[in-house]
Design a protein around this ligand. Structure first.
Ligand SMILES: [Zn+2]
Length: 124
């Protein structure tokens, strides 16, 4: 789902976007003409490759997503996460994709390898 930056309402509005097997759900609102706040959570199932044996595994996703979207370069100092967008469109699919790829790049080992680990630990 894509939404034009200037069409984001000033009052918090519910949204829900499904992308493959994950869903982003929460509220968003405009804070200024170039700043939008997103307060949402990402949930569902994604596939992650095991870092040890390479097997693909379904892993539950449950991430809190709190950030600001800036239309253009954001220069002010802030403790919050600010994502800069360039074409004045908020693309929720892209937000989900980038979130998923950061989850997928985290270290992950599958159940089987986990079990093997335990067996090895017990043997020695
Ligand atoms: Zn494995």
């Amino acid at each position: 789902m894509k939404i034009e930056f200037r069409k984001v309402p000033s009052n918090p509005k519910d949204f829900k976007v499904k992308f493959n097997s994950v869903e982003i759900e929460g509220i968003f609102c405009k804070m200024s003409s170039t700043l939008v706040k997103i307060d949402a959570s990402l949930s569902g199932i994604t596939q992650i490759n095991c870092d040890r044996c390479g097997k693909e595994e379904d892993v539950p996703v449950n991430e809190k997503l709190d950030f600001l979207l800036s239309d253009g370069v954001y220069t002010k100092e802030t403790d919050e996460l600010v994502i800069e967008i360039e074409d004045s469109f908020i693309d929720f699919d892209e937000i989900i994709q980038s979130e998923l790829s950061s989850i997928q790049s985290d270290y992950h080992i599958c159940d089987e390898c986990e079990q093997n680990n335990k067996t090895i630990e017990q043997e020695f």
